[in-house]
Design a binder for this molecule. Structure first.
Ligand code: NAP
Length: 237
C-alpha cells in the first residue's frame, strides 16, 4: 500500500451520484484528499457536504467535462488549493442511445456521447498529466464498459459502445506515450451497477461497482499500465 496516501489528492469526474460518488467515499475512507466534481454545483455541493459530514477530507469543484473552460477552471482550482494531482478518475459519462442502431444512430447523439465519454476524458488527462509527471507519481483510471470491448461490437447502443471503445484505445495510447515512471493509466468496466445509468434491477451495488476503480487508483509502483480490467482481473480488449 502507498505510504504517502495521506497526502495524495484524487479528482473524480461525474461524482454527484452513482459510481463516482461511491468512489469518492471509498477514496476518502482510505485517507485521500478528495476533489468531488460535478457539472451541477447544487448537486455536487450537496454530495460533498454529505461526505464531509462523515469526516472525509473532501472539496467540491465544478467540472463539466465537455467544456474546455470548465476543465481549465478545474485545473486552476487544483493548482491553487492543492498544488498537485495524484489520482484522476474519469468517471463522468452519458448513455444517450435508446433503440437506435449503427444503421440509424443520429450524428447528434454520437457527437454528444463522444464529447463527454471520450473527448472530455482525453482532454482532462492531457491537462492533468503534467502535474503527475512533475511529481513522478500518477494513477489515472478511465471508467469504461464491457460494451466497449471489441468482442462486443453489436450494432445496438452504438454511440455508447464507440465512445468506450475509443476510451480504451486512448488508455492504451496514453500508457505508451507517458515516459515518466510511476504514472500508470488503466481502464476498467465496473459491471452492471444499480445507478441511474444501470437501472434499479442491475445486479451490482455501487460499492461493488467502485471496487476495481479504487483498486486501480491505489496501485503500487510496479502495477499494471495500459490495461483493461473487470473484478480486478485483466480483460481482453
Ligand atoms: P450515472 O449514475 O448516470 O452517473 C453519471 C455521472 O456522470 C453523473 O454524475 C452525471 O452528472 C455525470 N455527467 C454526465 N455528463 C457530464 C458532463 N458533461 N460533465 C460532468 N459530469 C457529467 O452513471 P454511473 O452508472 O454511476 O456510471 C459511472 C461510470 O460507469 C460511467 O463512465 C459509465 O459509463 C460506467 N459504467 C456504468 C455501468 C452501470 O451499470 N451503471 C456499467 C458499465 C459502465 P449529472 O447528474 O449532472 O447528469
Amino acid at each position: 500500500m502507498d505510504s504517502n496516501l495521506d497526502k495524495r489528492v484524487v479528482l473524480v469526474t461525474g461524482a454527484n451520484r452513482g459510481i463516482g460518488l461511491e468512489v469518492c467515499r471509498q477514496m476518502g475512507k482510505l485517507g485521500y484528499q478528495v476533489i468531488l466534481t460535478s457539472r451541477d454545483e447544487e448537486k455536487g455541493g450537496t454530495a460533498c457536504q454529505a461526505l464531509a459530514a462523515q469526516g472525509m477530507a473532501v472539496n467540491f469543484c465544478p467540472l463539466n467535462v465537455s467544456s474546455e473552460d470548465s476543465i481549465q477552471a478545474a485545473r486552476d482550482f487544483v493548482l491553487k488549493n492543492y498544488g498537485q494531482l495524484d489520482v484522476l478518475i474519469n468517471n463522468a459519462a452519458v448513455f444517450l442511445d435508446h433503440e437506435s442502431s449503427i444503421l440509424n444512430i443520429s450524428m447528434d447523439i454520437l457527437k454528444k456521447t463522444m464529447e463527454t465519454n471520450t473527448y472530455g476524458a482525453l482532454r482532462i488527462c492531457q491537462v492533468f498529466l503534467p502535474m503527475m509527471e512533475e511529481k513522478k507519481y500518477g494513477r489515472i483510471v478511465n471508467v469504461s464498459s464491457q460494451l466497449g470491448q471489441h468482442a462486443r461490437m453489436h450494432p445496438n447502443w452504438s454511440a455508447y459502445r464507440l465512445s468506450k471503445l475509443a476510451l480504451n484505445g486512448i488508455t492504451q495510447m496514453l500508457a505508451e506515450a507517458i515516459r515518466t515512471p510511476n504514472v500508470l493509466v488503466n481502464c476498467c468496466q465496473p459491471g452492471h451497477v444499480r445507478t441511474e445509468m444501470g437501472g434499479s434491477t442491475a445486479p451490482l451495488s455501487v460499492e461493488e461497482g467502485a471496487d476495481t476503480i479504487v483498486w486501480l487508483a491505489t496501485l503500487p509502483k510496479n502495477g499494471p499500465n495500459g490495461k483493461f480490467f473487470s473484478k480486478r482481473r485483466r480483460l481482453d480488449w
